[in-house]
Ligand binder design. Structure first.
Ligand SMILES: Nc1ncnc2c1ncn2[C@@H]1O[C@H](COP(=O)(O)OP(=O)(O)OP(=O)(O)O)[C@@H](O)[C@H]1O
Ligand SMILES: [Mg+2]
Length: 332
C-alpha cells in the first residue's frame, strides 16, 4: 500500500514553500518521514483547481489535505483535479461536506449537540420573517439561541451578530440574523442556522486570546489573513457570561481519538472530555478524519458536541504537538 502524502497550501509569496501557517506541520511531517506537496489555495478558491494542483506530482496516490477551509463545491473541484492526475483525496468530497457543514453531521449528532434549525440560502440574502419564525418554532419558539451559517459563527460580534436572547422576540432574531448575513457577505456558507443556546462551563478569567482559526483565510469569510478577529466582544457573552466556554477539540482518525487538546481559541486550557458517547457518533458519521469540539455543561451533566469539523481544515491549537496525528495520517 502506498503511504499517503499530505497537501499543504503554498506560501502565496513563495510558492515553493508551505504557507507560514502550515510550515511547522510540514516540517514535523518531514521529520516523521512523511512527504508533502503544495497546492495554490487562491486558485482553489477561484475555482481553478487544475492550476491549483499543478505542483502535485502525477500518480501521487493517496492524499490528505491540511489547509485553509474550502467551500464544499471547491473541495469537489479539488478532488476531481487530483483524480485526473492520479491522486486520491482520502476524504471524499461528500465526506468533506458531511463533516464540514452542520446539516451534514447534525442528523448523526442530534441529541448530543444543541438543537438546531437551518434555512438554506442561495446567496448573502437574509431569510424573511416567515422563514425565521418557522425555524424559531422548530426550536420551541422561545429561549436564547445563537446564529451561525453551515460552517462558522461570528462569535466575536456576539451581541450584534451571534447571540439571540429570546427566540420569541422575532424582530430581534431578524436583526441579529440580518447583521450576521450582512457581515458574512458573499462568504455565507450554505445558509443560516439557529441553535438553542446552552450554558457551558466557562473559564473564569474572561475571554482568552482569540487566535484565528484555520478556516478564516480559506473560507474567505474574514477576507484575508490579516483580518484577525478582535477579542473585544468575544463568544460566551450570553446569560451569566464570565469568560468563554471551555472547549476540547478531539481529532478522530478512523473512529479513534488520535489527539485530544484544547480549542485553538484557548490553547492553554487543560481539558479532559469524556468521549464515551461521541466515539460512537463519530463512527456512525463514517468520515475518516474529523474533529469534534466538546464543551462541558455548566450544571456538570456531561459533555456536549458544540460542532463537528473536517480534520483537514480544523486549526491546531498553538503549543500542541501534532506529531502523533501526522504520523497516524501517513500510516492510515
Ligand atoms: N448552542 C450554543 N450554546 C452556547 N454557546 C454556543 C452555542 N453554539 C456556539 N456557542 C459558543 O459560540 C462559539 C462559536 O460557536 P461555533 O463553535 O459553533 O462557531 P465557529 O465560528 O465555528 O467557531 P470555531 O470554528 O472557531 O470553533 C462556541 O465556541 C461557543 O462558545
Ligand atoms: Mg467552534
Amino acid at each position: 500500500m502506498p503511504v499517503p502524502a499530505i497537501l499543504f497550501p503554498a506560501d502565496p509569496l513563495n510558492p515553493r514553500r508551505p504557507d507560514p501557517h502550515f510550515a511547522w506541520e510540514a516540517r514535523l511531517l518531514r521529520e516523521s518521514g512523511g512527504e508533502h506537496h503544495l497546492v495554490d489555495h487562491d486558485a482553489l478558491l477561484a475555482g481553478q483547481a487544475e492550476e491549483a494542483v499543478r505542483r502535485v506530482p502525477r500518480d501521487s496516490g493517496p492524499l490528505w489535505y491540511r489547509g485553509w477551509m474550502l467551500p464544499s463545491a471547491r473541495y469537489r473541484g479539488f478532488g476531481a483535479a487530483l483524480t485526473a492526475r492520479g491522486g486520491n483525496l482520502l476524504t471524499s468530497p461528500p465526506g468533506y461536506a458531511a463533516a464540514h457543514e452542520l446539516p451534514g453531521w447534525y442528523g448523526v449528532f442530534e441529541g448530543a449537540t444543541p438543537a438546531s434549525a437551518w434555512i438554506p440560502s442561495a446567496g448573502p440574502v437574509a431569510p424573511g420573517p416567515a422563514e425565521l419564525a418557522a425555524a424559531a418554532a422548530r426550536l420551541g419558539g422561545s429561549g436564547p439561541a445563537i446564529v451561525k451559517d453551515y460552517v462558522k459563527s461570528r462569535k466575536h460580534e456576539w451581541h450584534e451578530a451571534c447571540y439571540v436572547p429570546d427566540l420569541a422576540d422575532l424582530p430581534a432574531v431578524g436583526r441579529v440574523v440580518a447583521r450576521f448575513v450582512e457581515l458574512q457577505g458573499e462568504f455565507l456558507a450554505g445558509g443560516v442556522v439557529l441553535r438553542r443556546y446552552e450554558e457551558f462551563e466557562r473559564a473564569g478569567g474572561g475571554p482568552e486570546s482569540a487566535d484565528r482559526g484555520t478556516g478564516d483565510r480559506g473560507s474567505g469569510r474574514t477576507g484575508d489573513a490579516a483580518s484577525a478577529r478582535s477579542t473585544g466582544d468575544a463568544a460566551g457573552g450570553g446569560p451569566g457570561a464570565g469568560g468563554r466556554a471551555v472547549e476540547a477539540r478531539v481529532w478522530w482518525l478512523d473512529g479513534r481519538p488520535v489527539l485530544v487538546g484544547p480549542h485553538p481559541d484557548a490553547p492553554h486550557q487543560s481539558v479532559e472530555p469524556d468521549l464515551t458517547e461521541v466515539r460512537a457518533l463519530v463512527r456512525t458519521l463514517g468520515c475518516r478524519f474529523v474533529t469534534t469540539d466538546l464543551a462541558s455543561r455548566a450544571d456538570g451533566s456531561g459533555w456536549r458536541v458544540v460542532e463537528v469539523g473536517d480534520g483537514q481544515v480544523s486549526d491546531l491549537p498553538r503549543g500542541i504537538d501534532p506529531s502523533g496525528l501526522l504520523t497516524a495520517l501517513i500510516a492510515a
